[in-house]
Design a protein around this ligand. Sequence first.
Ligand SMILES: NC(=O)c1ccc[n+]([C@@H]2O[C@H](COP(=O)([O-])OP(=O)(O)OC[C@H]3O[C@@H](n4cnc5c(N)ncnc54)[C@H](O)[C@@H]3O)[C@@H](O)[C@H]2O)c1
Length: 362
Amino acid sequence: MKIGIPKEIKNNESRVGMTPAGVFELTKKNHTVYVQSSAGEGSGFFDKNYLEVGAIILPTIEEVYSESEMIVKVKEPIAEEYSLIKKNQIVFTYFHFASSEALTKAMIKSKSICIAYETVEDEEGTLPLLTPMSEVAGRMAIQQGAKYLEKPVKGRGILLGGVPGVTPGKVLILGAGVVGVQAAKMAAGLGAHVTIMDINMKRLRYVNDVLPNHVITAFSSEYSIRQLIKTHDLIVGGVLVKGGKAPKLITKDMLKEMRPGTVVVDVAVDQGGCFETTKPTTHQDPTYIIDDVVHYCVANMPGAVPYTSTIALTNVTLPYILKLANLGWEKACKLDESLNKGLNIVKGEVVYNEINEAFNLN
Ligand SMILES: NC(=O)c1ccc[n+]([C@@H]2O[C@H](COP(=O)([O-])OP(=O)(O)OC[C@H]3O[C@@H](n4cnc5c(N)ncnc54)[C@H](O)[C@@H]3O)[C@@H](O)[C@H]2O)c1
C-alpha cells in the first residue's frame, strides 16, 4: 500500500504520525511510505532518518495526499486539508468529529474512509490510542505543578520533595484513572505526600496495590475534597465521566479555602474541566491566577513534549497501521473488532452513531 505522512499544519502541533521505526516496519513489508519533507523535525526526526529506512521524501503536502492510498497523521484535518483528501483514501488520525460539524461535513463530502484513533476500543472497553496521551499528561501534570509552586511564578514557594529536616509538599489528585495514577507515580517518585481520590473502589484498590505506601487513597466526596484542599499544595484534576462532561469537583468558593500560592492543574480541561474556574490555556500562556490560586489548564499538554508523545502514540498506532496496510481497511476492520470501532465515516456515510446524534444527521 502507498502510505503518506503529511506534516501537521495545525497551530503549535509538532508531533508527526509516524517515526522512522514505523516506516522501517512498513517498508520491510514492501509498502511505500511517502513522508512530507521536514514532517518529523518538530519531534526530532529528520528527513535523512526517514530516507535511511526507505521512505520517499516529497516536498509538498499536496503530493503526499495525492500519491497515497492511506494518510496517517496526528490531529484532525484542518480546513486547508479538506480538499486534499480523496475518494476512497483511508485517513487514520484523531478526528473528534462530534466537536466539529464542518469537519464532519467535509469528510462526508470527500467520500474517504475515516478511522478515528479516539474511538478504537479494546475488549476491556478502554481506548488504547488515547491512553498514551493521558499517560503523558498525567506525568506532566506533576512536572508543571512543581514548577508553578515556585515563588517567582506566584506559587507557595515549596519544593515538592522537601529536603532532610523539611516536610515534603502535599499533592491531591482527583481521579485514579490513567492520568491520576501516572500523576501519583511521579509525585510519589519526587518524595511528595500524595492523596488520590476516586469514586470507583476498584481503581482505589488498584492504586493501593501498585503504588508505594505513602500514596494514600481516599473516596471522593465533596466533604472530603473541602477538607483536603485546605492543606494540599498541588491539586491535579484527572476526572472523566465517559460520554459526559467532567463534574465540577472544585467550585469557585473553595478557592478561598486554599492557601495563597496553591497550584491547581486541570488535566480534564479538554472535557470542560473539573474545577469551576477552569478555562483552557495554551503552552504560550499556560497559567492564570484567581483568588491567589495558580491555575494551569493547558488543553494539549502532550504537545509540549512532542518527542515523547510522538513515540508513545506511534507505538500504539503502528500495529493497526500494519494491519490496514497488509489487509486493506475492509478485511482489517472485519478481522479486528477494536479497529472496526474506529470506523467513523465510510465513503460519505457516517457509521458512528454519536456523530449522527451530535448533528442530527439521520
Ligand atoms: N489536557 C490534556 O492535554 C489531556 C491529555 C490527555 C487526557 N486528558 C483528559 O484527562 C481526563 C482524564 O483522562 P483519563 O485517561 O485519566 O480518564 P480515565 O477514564 O482513565 O480516568 C478518569 C477517572 O475519573 C474517575 N471519576 C469520575 N468521577 C469522579 C469523581 N466525582 N471523583 C473522583 N474521581 C472520579 C473515574 O472513576 C476514573 O477512574 C480526560 O478528560 C482526558 O480527556 C487531557
